[in-house]
Design a protein around this ligand. Structure first.
Ligand SMILES: *Cc1c(COP(=O)(O)O)cnc(C)c1O
Length: 384
């Protein structure tokens, strides 16, 4: 019997662990995916084929809303929703500085002005007090982001938005299947926008996106804008639209993967809780926190530390990939820095961006992987 010490020296220990392992995940569904491609090729229904409507129905039902409209990607889902709601030049739309850049991009691309607010220390999500303080007479809407898979504090955000007469649009690109007090994304705002970028909890074999809502009139406008502003009569274009549709092949693949989503999210959750168990009490480390009533989709497992650089290189030496989501707060990005005047102040977000580190988390990460990764993290953090 080799001692545990000796086992540690075997080549198995050098196994590389990617942040997300999409190759292994799709390999298990190769036959079903090939069937989808074959079916679409044989029918020739590449755009707007039967899988598109079926996936919209199935995803809407999964999230617990009345309807959905597929589009080309998550950024378009946000942009088209804003346009369908009539938002544009002169309107301010509040969002968080701590997000992927696409949220602010969508606001700016419709000609509205993104106004950035800070996050709270514990969850890294929108700080409702900062949101309330940022409202001006020009504010028309707010886009909370369900970052890292956790629903933003929607109780507080909805109350503030209602009192100020603002539209609420959820950026749910990282939160397929997440819930807060039993309600999933789409149950809070006038609409929720999803991305099916390959690395998301539910990802296509390329780009994809979706708008979901209970408001059928809104969804009709979204569908029209996503399809050249066409009405029921294809060649009558009453409103200015664009071309942003979800491909039939992607919709077909997403239908297959949707059936696995709950079980994948369950594995993510188990691995996340195991990380927390293995890393509890580790000096100089903050672990991610789920708010009360919140069930995160655990899109990312994000820790915080001042020893990020050391930790990243120690993990890299062991073949363990890490990521930073995201290194530059959006209000400090060149594309969003005010031309004249000071950028918005978001000190918590700036601190978060300097300290965060994402550890490998996806349905392919095993318990053994988590234990091994956590032991490397512990070793670095316990060095004085
Ligand atoms: C991925 C993502 C988007 C954009 O989605 P794309 O499909 O890549 O355009 C928007 N917001 C957030 C928070 C995201 O993570």
């Amino acid at each position: 019997m080799p001692s545990p010490e000796a086992a540690v020296q075997t080549p198995a220990r050098a196994k590389a662990i990617p942040l997300v392992n999409l190759v292994a995940l799709h390999a298990r569904h190769a036959a079903e995916i090939a069937e989808v491609v074959d079916r679409v090729v044989k029918t020739g229904a590449f755009v707007n084929g039967p899988d598109c409507a079926a996936f919209e129905r199935e995803f809407a039902a999964y999230q617990g809303v009345r309807g959905a409209v597929g589009c080309a990607n998550g950024t378009d889902a946000l942009q088209i929703t804003l346009r369908a709601l009539g938002l544009g030049p002169g309107d301010e739309v509040i969002t968080v500085a701590n997000s992927f850049v696409a949220t602010a991009e969508a606001i700016a691309l419709v000609g509205a002005t993104p106004v950035f607010v800070d996050a709270t220390e514990d969850t890294s999500l929108m700080d409702p007090l900062a949101f309330a303080a940022a409202i001006t007479p020009r504010t028309r809407a707010v886009i909370p982001v369900h970052l890292y898979g956790q629903i933003a504090p929607m109780g507080e955000i909805l109350a503030i938005a209602k009192a100020a007469g603002l539209l609420v649009i959820e950026d749910a690109a990282q939160a397929h299947g997440a819930s807060l007090n039993g309600r999933k994304a789409g149950a809070f705002g006038v609409a929720a926008c999803f991305s099916f970028y390959p690395g998301k909890n539910l990802g296509a074999l390329g780009d994809g996106g979706m708008v979901i809502s209970d408001d059928e009139a809104l969804l009709t406008r979204v569908r029209s804008i996503a399809n050249h502003g066409a009405s029921a009569d294809r060649y009558r274009n009453e409103i200015l639209g664009t071309n942003s549709r979800l491909d039939t092949i992607q919709a077909g693949v997403l239908r297959i993967k949707l059936r696995e989503l709950d079980s994948w999210n369950r594995i993510r959750r188990e691995r996340a809780l195991l990380y927390c168990e293995e890393l509890r009490g580790c000096p100089g480390l903050s672990l991610p926190l789920e708010a009360k009533g919140s069930v995160s989709a655990w899109h990312l497992f994000v820790i915080r530390t001042d020893k990020r650089k050391e930790l990243m290189s120690a993990l890299a030496e062991e073949g363990i990939a890490t990521g930073i989501h995201y290194p530059v707060p959006v209000h400090l990005q060149g594309a969003f820095a005010p031309k004249n005047g000071k950028p918005a102040s978001a000190p918590v977000t700036e601190r978060i961006c300097d300290q965060i580190l994402s550890l490998p988390l996806c349905p392919e990460v095993t318990e053994e992987d988590v234990v091994r990764i956590a032991s490397v993290v512990r070793k670095v953090m316990e060095q004085r």
